[in-house]
Every structure is written in structure tokens, then in C-alpha cells.
Design a protein around this ligand. Structure first.
Ligand code: C2E
Ligand code: CA
Ligand code: CA
Ligand code: CA
Length: 275
């Protein structure tokens, strides 16, 4: 059989030209999907660990396949970046996500991911602000997530963008904290409202005393700096209880709620308030 699908079987080592052909095929299909606005945001809740109430939702890009399954964003975001498609993809997605979030209770924050490549885009902030205006979404209800590695690549450029966003009253969050090599002290110079601790820390806090100490000191520092800390990837009741006891303000993960389509959000909020 010819391997023309989006994915080769596991364990199969494609030759270079096959790999290139596969990428090109994905790129062609992705270009059409973006042009037709077929990518959709899913929404995963961010929960206050103290009382279980919902603080907001993170928009996560989903590319539906005809069979109802999804191509994972880890695959298509990189391809979109290399093919020069990420601006259109991101703008469309932000517009869709804001239209959805506009109907939520007004205290809920929409978290939205920006890829490292987008930080080099001089018009990024003005486009974000234009979209907010166009869909009538308050800037202070949007939080833009940027990863640590993206910032380290170009500290001055990243700082300029973060300052522009803060000046426009848009919130900013550091994503995947702990996966790069920067120190907390370095990052304290940036105007983050929220720091999201990468899920490998969450996974290790029950097993590894040293990691627990690191997380605990991060949580202490953050309260001094008035940054809200969020633990990503909470999957078990034990992890959740431990993080709550350590004073972590927010959590996100399969235990607290999986990414869901827009239609499922009102039901989730109703159930959460009944708990
Ligand atoms: P991320 O921003 O770190 O998003 C969190 C990822 O962890 C999501 O994967 C989410 O579904 C997954 N996750 C949530 N809770 C748990 C848990 O308890 N356990 C585990 N194992 N995983 C959990 P997803 O949706 O596949 O997205 C992967 C990455 O793709 C994101 O990582 C983000 O870097 C990127 N991405 C997604 N949507 C967008 C987008 O709209 N724009 C950009 N630039 N990147 C996006
Ligand atoms: Ca994120
Ligand atoms: Ca993350
Ligand atoms: Ca990530």
C-alpha cells in the first residue's frame, strides 16, 4: 500500500523523500483547511484549586479529519510555521475562540497560545488587538500564553511584545515553565500575570522530594511577585490535593476537565457550580 495518509504506521522509518512527500501532503491539506476555516478551538478549563471554581479556559487548536478524529496540534503547528501559514491559522482561531468566549460569564479568562515563530512578527500585537475589537472581546479577558523557550530565543523582542500586550490591558502567561533553562529570577523581569508550571513537575511531585521542594519555593516566590501559579497536567486526586496543600492557586489537567468543544462548556460550568 502507498503511504499517502497523514500518518505512517508506528515503527516505520520513512526514507527522506517519503517524509518530505508526507509533509507536503499535510501542508497542502492544512492550507485548504485554514483557508476554509475548518480548524476549531477546543477549550480546557483552568480551575482554582482552593474551591474548585472555574477561572477560565485554554483554547487548543483542533484540525478535524473527515472520520471525526483530529490531527494533533504538535504536528500541524510546526508545519504551519514552516509553511508561513501560522499567522492566518492563529488569527482565525483567535477570532473563533473569542466569539465563543464572549458568551461565557464575564469573569472567565480565555487563554490563547502563541507559537515561538509568531514572536518575530512585528504586527502580532496590532493584529490581536484588531481581532479583539472586531469581535468585541475585552482585552483584559484574554491571556496570551508564550513558552519559556520562545522568550529565551529573543529576550528583547519578547519583552517588547509582552509590554505592548500589557499596555493594551491584555494578560500574559508563561507556558511550560521548567522546560527551559532560565531561572525564575530571570523570568521575574517579565510582566507575567500567570506562570504555568509544566506537567513534568506535576507528574514528579509525588515521587521526588527535590522536585517538590523546587515547586514549593516557586510557589513562595510567586506570591511575593503577585503572579498566579498554575500546575499543568494534573491527572490524579493525589497530585491535586498535594498542589492545593502547597498553595498552588490554579490547576489544569485531565482530572479537572479535558479539552472540550465549545458546545460542552455551558454544561461543564453548570456541573462545576453544582459540585
Ligand atoms: P500546551 O500549550 O502545553 O497545551 C497543553 C497540552 O497538554 C494540550 O495538548 C492538552 O490537551 C494537554 N493536556 C491537558 N491536560 C493534560 C493532562 O492532564 N495530561 C496530559 N498528558 N496532557 C494534558 P494539545 O491540545 O495536544 O496541544 C499540544 C500543544 O500544541 C500545546 O501545548 C501548544 O504548545 C500547541 N498548541 C495547541 N493549540 C495551539 C494554538 O492554537 N496555537 C499554537 N501556537 N499552539 C497551539
Ligand atoms: Ca499552553
Ligand atoms: Ca503548557
Ligand atoms: Ca507544551
Amino acid at each position: 500500500a502507498r503511504r499517502t495518509g497523514l500518518f505512517a504506521p508506528r515503527g516505520y522509518e520513512p526514507r527522506l523523500e517519503e517524509e518530505l512527500a508526507r509533509r507536503l501532503l499535510i501542508e497542502t491539506e492544512l492550507r485548504e483547511a485554514i483557508a476554509d476555516d475548518r480548524l476549531v478551538p477546543y477549550f480546557q478549563p483552568l480551575v482554582r484549586l482552593g474551591d474548585g471554581t472555574t477561572h477560565g479556559f485554554e483554547a487548543l487548536a483542533r484540525w478535524p479529519r473527515p472520520d471525526g478524529s483530529f490531527v494533533p496540534p504538535d504536528i500541524f503547528i510546526g508545519i504551519a510555521e514552516n509553511a508561513g501559514l501560522v499567522t492566518k491559522l492563529s488569527d482565525n482561531l483567535l477570532r473563533s475562540a473569542c466569539r465563543v468566549a464572549r458568551a461565557w460569564p464575564a469573569n472567565l479568562i480565555l487563554y490563547f497560545n502563541i507559537s515561538p515563530r509568531q514572536l518575530t512578527d512585528r504586527l502580532l500585537v496590532s493584529r490581536i488587538l484588531r481581532i479583539l475589537e472586531e469581535v468585541d472581546f475585552p482585552p483584559n479577558r484574554l491571556s496570551v500564553e508564550i513558552t519559556e523557550s520562545a522568550i529565551i530565543d529573543d529576550i528583547a523582542g519578547a519583552l517588547r511584545i509582552l509590554d505592548q500586550l500589557r499596555a493594551a490591558d491584555v494578560r500574559v502567561a508563561l507556558d511550560d515553565f521548567g522546560t527551559g533553562y532560565s531561572s525564575f529570577a530571570q523570568l521575574a523581569r517579565f510582566p507575567f500575570n500567570t506562570i504555568k508550571i509544566d506537567r513534568h513537575f506535576t507528574a514528579s511531585i509525588l515521587e521526588n522530594e527535590k522536585q517538590t521542594k523546587i515547586v514549593r519555593s516557586l510557589l513562595r516566590l510567586s506570591s511575593a511577585l503577585e503572579v498566579s501559579m498554575l500546575a499543568e497536567g494534573i491527572e490524579t486526586v493525589e497530585q491535586c490535593a498535594r498542589l492545593r496543600a502547597m498553595g498552588c492557586y490554579l490547576g489544569q489537567g485531565y482530572l479537572l476537565g479535558r479539552p472540550m468543544p465549545a458546545e460542552a462548556v455551558p454544561g461543564f460550568l453548570e456541573q462545576a457550580s453544582a459540585r
